[in-house]
Design a protein around this ligand. Structure first.
Ligand code: AP5
Ligand code: MG
Ligand code: ZN
Length: 220
């Protein structure tokens, strides 16, 4: 099964993708994570993307589609969870080709419907473990022991440079202008399911599970 998690910045794409990885053995393909890794490693792609990401604008379609193609080749049989990709009509077209070339189909586009006003708070409160990458939030997902990662015990955390209010507003505008318009394309194929992304994290996970399991159930 291959699915897209679609939603604006802070909608919970990364949070839910990492749960699907743990619970279902699917693989999260986050172009944001790939670009941040490239940036950290100082590759040509990372160098090119840095200023664009810091401004909250979109990196070129060719760069991100190439990253996705490379990662799809390493998946073997595992299902893919596209997180933060596709983000433009050109990327949606590229994804169709990338999947077809590999004999994969796109089974679901799960739209995380959220109230934009809440997103700034979600994003400015976000932090992750510097060692294992587990995601947290100042209010919505605190560590069990203050200052210690629940998963690996590390005491070092980090915040994304693009997680400030001004950049978030640009990221949201980019979403509205370039990403939301690709939804009708998938609606026409009958593969879009909408979940309430304002529910708490566990409830969102349950809504997604219901969609994937319902779809998997043998026809009566
Ligand atoms: P990317 O990394 O994809 O960022 P984004 O789309 O802005 O999305 P976020 O990662 O901010 O949000 P999320 O939905 O994953 O939320 P999360 O689960 O963390 O992209 C970054 C940049 O890279 C882009 O701006 C662009 O420059 C570039 N880029 C990436 N892909 C590209 C592409 N395809 N084309 C061109 N450029 C590209 O949740 C947020 C917080 O809220 C967390 O702290 C979490 O704990 C909390 N939270 C989650 N769910 C809930 C809930 N239900 N209730 C309460 N709190 C919650
Ligand atoms: Mg994310
Ligand atoms: Zn950790």
């Amino acid at each position: 099964m291959n699915i897209i998690l679609l939603g604006p910045p802070g909608a919970g794409k990364g949070t839910q993708a990492s749960r699907l990885e743990q619970q279902r053995g699917m693989v999260q393909l986050s172009t944001g994570d790939m670009l941040r890794a490239a940036l950290k490693a100082g590759t040509p792609v990372g160098v090119k993307a840095k200023a664009v990401m810091e401004a909250g604008e979109l990196v070129s379609d060719a760069i991100v589609s190439a990253l996705i193609g490379e990662r799809l080749d390493g998946l073997d049989g595992a299902g893919a969870i596209f997180d933060g990709y596709p983000r433009t009509a050109a990327q949606a077209e590229a994804l169709d080709v990338l999947l077809a070339e590999r004999g994969r189909t796109l089974d679901h586009v799960i739209e995380l419907a959220v109230d934009e006003d809440a997103l700034v708070e979600r994003i400015t409160g976000r932090f992750t473990c510097a060692k294992c990458g587990e995601g947290y939030h100042d209010r919505f997902k605190q560590t069990a022991v203050a200052g210690v990662c629940d998963v690996c015990g590390s005491t070092e955390f980090k915040r994304r440079p693009d997680d400030n209010e001004e950049t978030v507003r640009t990221r949201m505008a980019e979403y509205r202008a370039k990403t939301a318009p690709i939804l009708p394309l998938y609606e026409a194929r009958g593969i879009v399911a909408r979940v309430d992304g304002m529910a708490d994290i566990d409830a969102v996970t349950q809504q997604i599970a219901a969609i994937l399991d319902r779809a998997n159930a043998p026809a009566a």
